[in-house]
Write a protein that binds this ligand. Structure first.
Ligand SMILES: [Zn+2]
Ligand SMILES: [Zn+2]
Length: 450
């Protein structure tokens, strides 16, 4: 099943590797009902980013039951637990923890991105590998990291946490990078739920866009809409012109840069009878490289200012860093593809997916070799109220087996493959340049054309 990698302590035979594989598979099967129950429990407690207190407690309890002492409260609500030799190459199973506001869901909050499944599946893989004795037997360090606040929501609260000095960056993994949580990681493995599709069961080596977020606040001058609009400055008109000016940039976006600019108008006046003196527009600027995002963001800034200039309003443009584009490590991705191909026919695997969505795994992957398995097994719409949170289909067990297989490939022979991938890795950015980029993205600029 696996390539035969010599391991002195285990005799280095295929037989022993397969023996561990069988024990991991048996453990995954044996814990099946308990794991499904855990998934339901986490599904029932959807919490926003940097507030995943109950999820953190539920996970911590699971690890304590295994006799481990998890670190909690990392980046406010994150969690980490490790097993295996402390000085061995560290293989990280990374899971998102947050839910997101979902209109139409009970309480308007739902795990509609399936992060409850990420926590559950990664915990199952961690536990099966641990109870099979793989980390100590093969000589690798295995960590589970639960990262808060992946969804870029509740920004006012996050900005307030930043003002209070409780966080410096707005996402969980960005904060964890700042705190050095990934400093010793050789490889990072992530899983993400996908809706069921007739075309593909899994995405492997899929890439993601990065983004920056922008807010433009237009201030005009109120006046009677009927009697004296000439005395007013219409902030809604400024924002409307800015939307048109953004659209006028689209023909300049190159296909290969995968730019997405998708503004919404959050405020645009209070009463029909008064010239709107305030309008608020928000958008992301997404792209598949930092340089492409920077260039598109400059065009959007110009367009936002143009609306204010046209009507003589004032505009304050605030920018916050979103996530870096995600590019999986090629070596790690190839190994993931090998693992998946043991369980899936080629027709079920998509090896060339580029999603225009974003995830702060992009930030982690720019500094540490990382990969992500996208796996179906869910129905409904991602981020929609109809997302079905838990389908106890064999797809989930398959995802667990693929991920466990990948860890064993990386961890065999004292983590030789993990070590090799780590040493061949060329980070997209040095850590200090990464922080400089994030810091540079926090910007606010006011232009007045009154
Ligand atoms: Zn999401
Ligand atoms: Zn997600």
């Amino acid at each position: 099943m696996l390539a035969c990698i010599p391991d002195a302590r285990y005799g280095g035979t295929m037989k022993n590797m397969n023996h561990v594989h069988s024990r991991v598979d048996a453990a995954l099967l044996a814990m099946r009902q308990r794991i499904l129950k855990l998934g339901e429990t986490l599904w029932a407690v959807p919490e926003p980013g940097f507030a995943e207190v109950r999820a953190m407690d539920i996970l911590a309890e699971q690890f304590r039951r295994l006799g481990l002492s998890p670190e909690t409260g990392l980046a406010l609500t994150g969690i980490r637990v490790s097993a295996g030799p402390a000085d061995a190459p560290e293989i990280v199973l990374l899971a998102d923890m947050d839910a997101l506001p979902t209109r139409g869901a009970p309480g308007e909050m739902l795990h509609s991105c399936g992060h409850h499944a990420q926590m559950t599946i990664m915990l199952a893989v961690f536990e099966a590998l641990l109870t099979s004795g793989a980390p100590d037997a093969f000589g690798f360090r295995l960590s589970f990291i639960g990262a808060p606040a992946e969804e870029y929501t509740h920004l006012d609260r996050r900005r307030e946490l930043r003002r209070q000095g409780k966080i410096r960056y707005l996402s969980g993994k960005q904060e964890m990078i700042r705190l050095g949580v990934f400093d010793n990681a050789a490889c990072v493995i992530k899983y993400h739920s996908m809706p069921d599709s007739p075309d593909r069961m899994a995405t492997i080596n899929g890439t993601l866009n990065g983004f920056v977020a922008k807010q433009a606040l237009y201030i005009g001058k109120a006046a009677h809409s009927g009697a004296a609009p000439h005395e007013g400055i219409n902030a809604l008109n400024a924002a409307s012109l800015a939307l048109m000016a953004i659209h006028a940039q689209r023909e300049t976006f190159r296909d290969e840069d995968h730019i997405r600019v998708h503004p919404v108008l959050k405020e645009g006046g209070t009463t029909v009878n008064t010239v709107p003196d305030r309008a608020l527009l928000e958008t992301y600027v997404r792209g598949s490289s930092i340089s492409a995002i920077r260039l598109a963001a400059r065009k959007v800034d110009r367009a936002l200012a143009a609306g204010a200039m046209a009507v003589g309003a004032k505009v304050t443009i605030s920018t916050t860093p979103g996530y870096l584009p995600f590019k999986p490590d090629p070596g790690l991705g190839a190994l993931l593809a090998e693992s998946a191909s043991h369980f899936l026919p080629p027709s079920a695997m998509d090896l060339h997916d580029h999603s225009y969505a974003s995830d702060d795994i992009g930030d982690v992957a720019s500094l540490v070799p990382s990969c992500q398995l996208g796996f179906s097994g869910f129905s409904g719409t991602i981020h929609g109220a109809d997302f079905a949170g838990w389908d106890p289909s064999p797809a989930l067990l398959l995802a667990e087996r693929i991920l466990a297989d990948l860890v064993l490939r990386l961890g065999a022979d004292g983590g030789a493959k993990a070590r090799e991938i780590r040493s061949a890795f060329v980070p997209a950015l040095k850590k200090e340049d990464y922080f400089a980029y994030l810091d540079e993205c926090f910007a606010e600029h006011t232009s007045s054309f009154e």
